[in-house]
Design a protein around this ligand. Sequence first.
Ligand SMILES: NC(=O)c1ccc[n+]([C@@H]2O[C@H](COP(=O)([O-])OP(=O)(O)OC[C@H]3O[C@@H](n4cnc5c(N)ncnc54)[C@H](OP(=O)(O)O)[C@@H]3O)[C@@H](O)[C@H]2O)c1
Length: 238
Amino acid sequence: MFDFSGQVAMITGGAGNLGAAAARAFYRAGARVAVLDRHRETTTEVLGQDVPEGEFCAYVTGNLLDETSVAAMVAEVYNRFGRIDILLNTAGGYRAGTPLHATPNETWDLMMNLNARTVFLMSRAVVPHMIAAGRGKIVNVAARAALQGAAEAGPYVASKMAVIRLTEALAAEVADNGINVNCILPGKMDTPANRAAQPAADFSRWVSPESMANVILFLASDLARDINGAAVPIYGRG
Ligand SMILES: NC(=O)c1ccc[n+]([C@@H]2O[C@H](COP(=O)([O-])OP(=O)(O)OC[C@H]3O[C@@H](n4cnc5c(N)ncnc54)[C@H](OP(=O)(O)O)[C@@H]3O)[C@@H](O)[C@H]2O)c1
């Protein structure tokens, strides 16, 4: 359906549920893929044993919360492939379950850092390469939950709303550089963790990581060249 031949897609959280599905989809669509995550043993499994590291695949490990590590990861990908066409920021996480007045600083810091700071650091490191190339696509992952505050999830919803606003701000800055910046708003994704947390739910109403990846590939394609600064809902039937 899509053809990313000759392009390089760099994916943070690439060993996670959504990141791995997107990495496989980009690879199948002809892209050279850089999978970024923090544990080498899970990262190197993403594209399977038939795809060794090399011309079409790079497995890059580091800490996305650390500015120096982010710079090193971006440099490694750029040095390997000589270009970065697509940045997909999937790294993120969820903590909830305490009212605000009982929420420790650590939860606030983790949510803001893991969900928002990672997008900030990675975009800041990659955008100069895209501006120099005169083209690029960035897709961030916010959440449906960001659109409405919910009890006992304050830091999470605030951090994902930050992703939406960062997306809009960056999109406005680089629109004239041939760069599109958009985010998706996943509803409930069909993951092992969500199934374990809600065993009685109808999983067919949730969205598979593979289906989310299809929307991401569309946003990263030239078919979506006129979409910029959008927050695209992907709710399935949830
Ligand atoms: N699941 C849902 O229903 C849902 C709903 C709305 C939005 N989302 C968002 O969708 C995105 C993807 O979700 P997912 O289920 O695919 O998440 P996931 O499976 O937890 O994947 C995230 C990946 O990022 C890695 N990571 C975390 N911190 C890192 C760091 N400091 N440096 C490098 N890598 C790091 C994780 O490693 P570890 O496994 O070692 O931590 C993991 O491999 C997230 O942004 C999430 O908030 C998910």
